[in-house]
Design a protein around this ligand. Structure first.
Ligand code: PLP
Length: 422
């Protein structure tokens, strides 16, 4: 195959734009009322404008040099972190930093826990030979990726019948090598929050680090609680929660490249940082993994948080939770379908016990609905956003008809596996 080469002569900017239009001809739209796969998050046209403007203004600022030449970036980061610490009931001792996304936040949490355990755990316990993390089956693969990259081992434990972490099974998986328990608020597959109080008690008993992955819930659950919704406890108000990750580029509506890792105690950040001094160019000290990176995402995070404020986030959460409740109630009215667990945020998984759930997904896709699937148990998986309040009735009407087709045998599943990301 011929390798692509740099064009000999440069191209006119209009031609470049035209070529790019052609390149993206097959891409799906990044949001829309018939699309339920998340990945990019739509907070409304105005939110987008605010985020894009801030991103553009800071696109060429290198966040690696924040502490040296761009004091505004230090302020944006401190304020974004502070706002989240307040929302999540962090004590005065807490601190945090901005990372490039949920995966990096999880990686840093696992690394910090590993180094903390090696240095600080009570003298009565030998250091772990291969440090282990105990992770509920529904938690994000970012935990396993972190363990893999850090020379650790992740032990996955099946969740309970409510699709939440099974505390008894997690307790049984703890060994002398365990340094961390991982919890989700909520998990991606089922959208349900793990029993954080019970896991925190387990963590305290065994002197373990408890990380709560609130990459999805961090910007939803606090506002849902303010709206009077029944919301499980999941944050620093629970003694024993050591760290929390929150993705601002998900339901905080920042542009891509912004998550936050929060630590209960600033003293723990020494286990997170990397320092190198033996270099002609001078001191090198970073809290996160990447070196040079655009400050565009960080600027958009700060801008959107100022633009929306508490009232703006509450309004969005109210809208989407209303859609979720309509969806859950509607699915409950369709015979042979059931929602998996009790979703706390915007992620809803559902399927059939007696019929092939992937045949239902095929039928919905043939009617131009775009969604994900779960493997275990076979399910349809929806990520709701603001644009779905206008389409959910139609979705439920189509779902009823597709289910009738599946039940009568008119529709059978095409061979397909669930894919999260490749
Ligand atoms: C619960 C959860 N945690 C972490 C992540 C990783 O986030 P990112 O894709 O920003 O790295 C995701 C991604 O969807 C997630 O669903």
């Amino acid at each position: 195959m011929k390798r692509t080469e740099l064009p000999a002569a440069g191209m006119d900017p209009d031609k470049v734009a035209h070529a790019m239009d052609a390149m993206r001809a097959d891409d799906a739209p990044w949001y829309g009322p018939r699309r339920f796969i998340g990945g990019s998050y739509y907070g409304g046209d105005e939110v987008q404008r605010v985020a894009d403007r801030a991103s553009q203004d800071y696109q060429h600022y290198n966040a690696l040099y924040a502490g040296k030449v761009f004091p505004s970036l230090v302020r944006y980061e401190r304020e974004v972190v502070d706002i989240l610490l307040s929302l999540l009931h962090a004590p005065q001792t807490a601190s945090g930093c901005v990372t490039s996304g949920g995966t990096e936040s999880l990686l840093l949490a696992v690394k910090t826990a590993r180094d903390w355990a090696a240095a600080e755990r009570s003298a009565t316990r030998l250091p772990a030979t291969t440090p282990e993390i105990v992770v509920s089956h529904a938690a994000h693969p970012g935990f396993d990726k972190a363990a893999h990259l850090l020379g650790m081992r992740s032990i996955r434990v099946p969740e309970n019948r409510e699709y939440r972490a099974d505390v008894g099974a997690m307790a049984q998986a703890i060994t002398s090598n365990t340094v961390m328990l991982a919890a989700s608020a909520p998990s991606y597959p089922y959208g349900v929050t793990d029993p954080i109080e019970e896991l925190a008690e387990l963590a305290r008993t065994y002197e373990l680090w408890l990380h709560v992955d609130a990459c999805h819930g961090g910007f939803v659950l606090p506002f849902a609680r303010k709206l009077g919704q029944p919301v499980p406890v999941f944050d620093f108000a629970v003694p024993g929660v050591t760290s929390i990750s929150v993705d601002v580029h998900k339901l905080g509506y920042a542009n891509k490249g912004v998550s936050v890792l929060l630590l209960r105690d600033e003293a723990l950040s020494g286990f997170q940082e990397y320092r190198f001094t033996n270099w002609p160019a001078g001191a090198y000290r970073t809290a996160a993994v990447s070196g040079s990176r655009s400050a565009g995402g960080l600027a958009s995070a700060w801008a959107v948080m100022q633009f929306l404020g508490e009232a703006g986030y509450c309004e969005i959460v109210k809208n989407i939770i209303g859609t979720r409740d309509k969806l859950v109630a509607g699915i409950g009215r369709i015979a042979d379908l059931q929602v998996r667990g009790k979703p706390d945020a915007y992620l809803v998984a559902f399927g059939s016990a007696g019929y092939d759930s992937h045949a239902v997904a095929d039928g919905m896709e043939d009617r131009d609905w775009v969604m994900n699937r779960l493997r275990d148990p076979p399910s349809l998986h929806l990520f709701l956003d603001r644009s779905h309040s206008e389409s959910i009735d139609l979705f439920l009407a189509d779902l009823q008809q597709v289910m009738d087709d599946v039940r009568s045998g008119r529709r059978r599943a095409r061979p397909a596996d669930a894919v999260y990301a490749v």
